[in-house]
Design a protein around this ligand. Structure first.
Ligand code: SF4
Length: 416
């Protein structure tokens, strides 16, 4: 089985920034292994319209203006409406008339239509969840597949909103002990266009269900992969997600979730994308405890991680969210709660992180380590201790109805 642990929904309020790819080290099962320097998947052929770099290159080569690029995306993503109005995405190329009506020179429009495709990936399976969300199996032209998840939220005022959980890699190299995705290893980094197509597929799916695409309001990088291990492509996708000409998502509605394999990359994210929210999968607030579940933490110290969070908070003006998976008899003791409270408090009153506690849901990966879910009493006791220490926190209780839509960082694995 797989579940996406995702606590973010409540966290949409915390800001983040993006890191960049500095040297990382992958530590697996105790051995130090050089980081996987996989390039993104080769460009699909033909290139998809969501490849903003390629479209801008095309525009440059054909002496087109920025307004042509805007017009192209207005046709493709908003049915011709300018600005950031209601989205009406399509899965087909604009036709020649639509482009020439938007002032494209005819020759350039014909070349564009012969050089690009609307989409380079396809949905091979849609699995509705009992909570009203969907899992999408997305097939890339390279033959790889990734999963994308749509999570439904019904607010107290009755409004329905969706969050899309995007994958950034095929598999993952970080091998967190509880994570299904980590068991398959890293297969490939996704190019930005493949990340963006997941968003578009999610919009198209909602539209096919007569749900306005505009109800898809939040984005979390919590699907397959460690986003900061594919830094440059994730950063490009953030540019397009927030670009007025393209998806026009507010950065405050985007969250990048990371196990922070290299704290310095959090600083880079703070410099490059300070307006985007940051969620850190901590799972242990002492070095020893964190290494139990996050092997990549062995390459750095918990103090370095704290310093990176402080840097990020100063740059972004907001504290990060901390995700903490509660595993019975591993990291759920009173002592562990005290350490977590200390770690959060050390970030300072202004940037004290919000803590999301996620009771462990059994996975095959976790079963290898004998992991079990703590009792409700233990979970409540851990939570009470945080509250007593004045740490803002919540418990993401799982339920039969919500399990598939209530998961955490990158716990997607294909085909289950
Ligand atoms: S939890 Fe995230 S970083 Fe860890 S193995 Fe899974 S996908 Fe990778």
């Amino acid at each position: 089985m797989f579940f996406i642990l995702l606590l973010l929904l409540a966290a949409v309020a915390s800001p983040l920034a993006l890191p960049s790819a500095t040297p990382h080290f992958r530590l697996m099962r105790g051995s130090l292994i050089p980081p996987p320097l996989l390039p993104p998947l080769p460009p699909d052929s033909p290139t998809g319209l969501l490849d903003l770099d390629a479209i801008e290159g095309f525009a440059h080569t054909h002496n087109l203006q920025q307004s042509h690029v805007s017009n192209l995306y207005n046709v493709f993503l908003r049915n011709g409406s300018a600005g950031c109005g209601v989205a009406a995405p399509r899965s087909s190329l604009p036709d020649l008339n639509e482009l020439t009506d938007k002032s494209f020179p005819k020759a350039a429009a014909m070349t564009l239509l012969n050089s690009f495709s609307a989409l380079t990936s396809s949905i091979t399976k849609v699995i509705p969840s009992s909570s009203g969300g969907y899992r999408l199996l997305v097939l890339l032209t390279t033959g790889h597949s990734v999963e994308t998840v749509l999570i439904k939220h019904t607010h107290s005022n009755g409004k329905i909103r969706y969050t899309v959980c995007l994958s950034s890699q095929v598999g993952c190299a970080r091998a967190c002990s509880f994570c299904a995705t980590g068991t398959i290893g890293l297969k490939a980094n996704l190019p930005a266009s493949s990340i963006l197509e997941q968003f578009l597929h999610a919009q198209l799916l909602l539209a096919s269900e007569n749900i306005p695409a505009s109800s898809l309001t939040n984005v979390v990088f919590m699907g397959q992969g460690e986003p900061l291990d594919n830094y440059s492509e994730v950063l490009k996708s953030l540019r397009s997600l927030t670009h007025q000409c393209m998806f026009n998502v507010s950065p405050s509605r985007i969250t990048v979730s990371t196990v922070a394999p290299v704290p310095s990359i959090i600083k880079r994210l703070a410099d490059d994308a300070p307006a985007v929210n940051l969620a850190v999968s901590l799972h242990g607030a002492t070095q020893e405890l964190r290494e139990l579940t996050v092997p990549s933490a062995r390459g750095t110290s918990i103090e370095e991680l704290g310093a990176a969070l402080d840097y990020h908070a100063k740059k972004s003006g907001r504290g990060a969210m901390l995700e903490y998976l509660l595993i019975d008899d591993v990291n759920d003791s009173d002592c562990a709660a005290e350490s977590l409270a200390d770690f959060a408090r050390d970030r300072g009153a202004k940037f004290k992180p919000f803590v999301n506690l996620i009771p462990y849901n059994p996975t095959l990966a976790g079963a290898n380590f004998g992991y079990e879910t703590p009792t409700d009493e233990r979970i409540n006791s851990f939570h009470d201790l945080l509250k007593k220490e004045e740490i803002q926190s919540s418990v993401r209780w799982s339920s039969a109805a919500g399990r598939d839509a209530n998961a955490a960082c990158g716990q997607l694995v294909l085909g289950e």
